[in-house]
Design a protein around this ligand. Sequence first.
Ligand code: UT7
Length: 334
Amino acid sequence: MEKINAVITGIGGYVPDYVLTNDEISKMVDTNDEWIMTRIGVKERRILNEEGLGTSYLARKAAKQLMQKTGVNPDEIDVVLVATSTGDYHFPSTASILCDKLGLKNAFAFDLQAACCGFLYALEVAASLIVSGRHKKVILVGADKMSSMVNYQDRATCPIFGDGAAAVLLEGTTEEIGVVDSMLYTDGKGLPFLHMKAGGSVCPPSYFTIDNKMHYLYQEGRTVFKYAVSSMSDVTAKIAERNNLTKDNIDWVIPHQANLRIIDAVASRLEVPMDKVMINIQNYGNTSAATLPLCLWDYEKKLKKGDNIIFTAFGAGFTYGALYMKWGYDGAKR
Ligand code: UT7
């Protein structure tokens, strides 16, 4: 039997209309555009501010665009996988809500939580499902409504994050394209530096947790920054070496969009020029599990079949890793 590879065959994306600018943030907390641009690299971010809408709304918009662009038959979707840390509810899964909204009748659906590394981990899982030969078409969504857990009185975190979603379709192929290799890791020692203190089973919601602002994202930025630079740089260098990839044959690097200085560090370690690095942090900020597919969404028209792409991400946990893929098609699908 011929070997099956898992390849991305289409992309859809969605960011909310509301643009939260640095000027507006500067009215909420003691900060300014110059600090945010030089220390983080975010100019503006999109916020889902309509009441009653959660992450499944972002995911649904992205998945609908994906289905329209690829023309995939909804009855042929086997699996829906949503990478998110900001699901609509603790349960049921956001993926199950998405199944209903998309009218999918033949799929099983689940969420995967690996913080900002969610899409990368989910891509590995989705690719394995395809390579097994048991599943033919997987919709994989990276979606996060980060505004639902950001404290807009905390200047150390509120300029960083935004809301968004992007979805890809994964299918099998016998061509030499698609996911080639991955190196994924989890170092649970990251817990103290990046987490939400309450709302989970250790510390369920109470008046105390609300009064003490324990339902917001908590980050020790400097420590997370150091881990992110070294982990992402090391793992991308390792996966490049293992696959004989150098600055000359890497076509694109797609790094998690958490901080432009982290992205610069990863690119310089690989000696890859910045025009081969996908960057959209200035427009959307850190959308957590959505950053990698939103890069694909923005750069789709520039991609060519066979392009060598390295994805890399880092997130709470700590979770981190890199994945090497050969791209599957030329230009943008409409
Ligand atoms: O996606 C998951 C992974 N997350 C990340 O990868 C994020 C990693 N961390 C970072 O990107 C950076 O650490 C931050 C952007 C969060 C912070 O940048 P930094 O250069 O590490 O700043 P810092 O926390 O060391 O703070 C430097 C100074 C402090 O003042 P003092 O103590 O030196 O007087 C802060 O109080 O900057 C101050 N500061 C600000 N000043 C103006 C912190 N936030 C702001 C702000 N505006 N918004």
